[in-house]
Design a binder for this molecule. Structure first.
Ligand code: NDP
Length: 485
């Protein structure tokens, strides 16, 4: 099978594609058909060494450039990504199986937004001046050095850019390791950045499984680790990074609540539930998978939801009308099917879906369980697939306590027409990202990230700068210096 913008080798190191077929082969599978579309090879120790050495060397010259110069390159790359959006979106669809209808508006475009935003900000990054009588202190905002980015498989282009753009804007270099399930897209990001003028070695991509990520995280020449992944992986990577007292950003999993009050606009709430459960076939970290619906409107909500789900167009993700694609891999599909069986066994009511489609590829149907109890496995664990759990409630205080009764704290949403209640509930949520009468927006201008076990640090917005730079205080004495002896 051929497809546009095919990367020409497995890795991107020091400004060029690199290959070493001695590494473990990784099959790249198109989730819509199960066909193998490429093979990449995990990075060997020699390639890891080359990437680290070139990234460290490049960091000195990259940081010495002005913010305006750095930013211009990032903004040029953003423009190139937009011009090539079609091809990049097709590649994203091959990598992940997500419908072109989604990838053409949410992946390379979102990556381009990050490059443009942080490219614009690069020239504005400054320290401050603190006057102390005739003496003073000034602060320098300095890069951390070499940052490692490790990505999940659901948004391979976006994650490569969300981590790379702020890191590079601050004068760091990056080695990005994509998920082995979706290795292709980050290579195109590296290629475009260099075509836009990025000096060799500033942004590198290495393929591999957890062991390659592990080797990068534990290397003493790496200053920062930014992971997007599950909570169990986050625990391991955070602990490994702590050994070297490295800076971290952890964007981890969730089991986020969405509360639909009795006064909500039901169609809007159903739209929120669809966006927060079935976009990208449910493979979105911030999904609102515990949908608490007031008992007075529960049946109306479920009726409307079932009708709307019948309009989902499931099929070939390359067709523009397709709105629901396959799962990313056979493995992930089987994990989700196991959860569906658990839901049935625990006595939840299957309202719709719950099956694998009888066709090639890893297709599930959008699945809704009602009458879900708080202690069921499908209400407690992150499924990372198209499975919505609908729970009933009657009282605001009670539902808030139940919504927050989880180790996760990534996102949360509320649907109501009552303004005061909406803000009270948002304030009460134990979550990093909250939504009122909407769900799953992630514009680059706003901070994104989790609280509790869902993460450490924030991506996007001005807030991300704090996680990719450090302040140095410089004390300046104007007069003579006295000492006790
Ligand atoms: P995983 O946690 O399985 O893997 C994430 C990345 O970490 C992969 O690249 C993986 O490599 C790598 N990795 C695994 N073990 C180690 C290790 N010991 N040291 C270093 N790197 C390691 O996540 P998935 O790819 O399955 O993605 C799904 C998860 O990501 C979900 O929990 C989801 O909620 C979360 N996520 C969070 C987001 C957020 O912003 N908060 C956004 C998107 C997803 P490999 O897979 O190649 O072995």
């Amino acid at each position: 099978m051929t497809y546009p913008t095919q990367p020409t080798a497995s890795h991107f190191i020091n400004g060029e594609y690199a290959e070493d077929t001695a590494g473990t082969p990784i099959d790249v599978i198109y989730p819509a058909t199960g066909e193998q579309i490429a093979t990449v090879y995990a990075a060997t120790p020699a390639l890891i060494e080359r990437a680290i050495e070139s990234a460290r060397a490049a960091q000195i010259t990259w940081a010495a450039m002005t913010g305006t110069e750095r930013g211009r390159i990032l903004r040029r790359a953003a423009e190139m990504m937009r011009e090539r959006n079609h091809d990049l979106s097709v590649l994203e669809t091959y990598d992940t199986g997500k419908p072109y209808q989604e990838t053409s508006v949410a992946d390379a475009t979102s990556g381009a937004d990050a490059l443009e935003y942080f490219g614009g900000m690069a020239a504005t990054l400054t320290g401050e001046h603190i006057q102390l009588g005739e003496d003073w202190v000034y602060t320098r905002r300095e890069p951390l050095g070499l940052c490692v980015g490790i990505g999940a498989w659901n948004y391979p282009t976006q994650i490569a850019c969300w981590k790379g753009a702020p890191a590079l804007a601050c004068g760091n270099t990056m080695i990005f390791k994509p998920s082995e399930t979706t290795p292709l897209c980050a290579l195109k990001v590296a290629e475009i950045l260099h075509e836009a003028g990025l000096p060799a070695g500033v942004y590198n991509v290495l393929q591999g499984l957890g062991d390659v990520g592990g080797a990068l995280v534990t290397d003493p020449r790496v200053d920062k680790v930014s992971l997007t992944g599950s909570v169990p992986t986050g625990r391991k990577v955070y602990a490994a990074a702590a050994q070297g007292i490295k800076h971290v950003t952890m964007e981890l999993g969730g089991k986020s609540p969405m509360i639909v009050f009795e006064d909500a606009d039901i169609d809007n709430a159903v739209s929120g539930a669809i966006l927060g459960n079935f976009y990208s076939s449910g493979q979105v970290c911030s999904n609102g998978t515990r949908v608490f619906v007031h008992k007075d409107i529960k049946e109306a909500f479920l009726d409307r939801l079932s009708t709307r789900l019948k309009a989902a167009v499931i099929g070939d993700p390359m067709q523009p009308e397709t709105s629901f694609g396959p799962m990313v891999s056979e493995r992930q599909m089987n994990i989700v099917l196991d959860y569906i069986e658990k839901g049935k066994a625990e006595g939840a009511r299957l309202v719709c879906g719950g099956t694998r489609l009888d066709r090639d590829g890893f297709y599930l149907t959008p699945t809704v369980f009602a009458d879900v109890a708080d202690d069921m496995v499908i209400a407690r664990e992150e499924i990372f697939g198209p499975v919505m759990a609908v729970l009933d409630f009657e009282d605001e205080a009670d539902v808030m306590a139940r919504a927050n009764d989880t180790e996760f704290g990534l996102a949360a949403g509320v649907f109501t027409r009552d303004l005061a209640r909406a803000h009270r509930v948002a304030a009460g949520f134990e979550a990093g990202t909250c939504y009122i009468n909407t769900y799953n927006d992630a514009p680059v201008e706003a901070p994104f990230g989790g609280s509790k076990a869902s993460g450490v640090g924030r991506e996007n917005s001005k807030a991300a700068i704090a996680y990719y730079s450090q302040l140095k205080s410089v004390y300046v004495r104007m007069g003579d210096l006295e000492a006790p002896f």
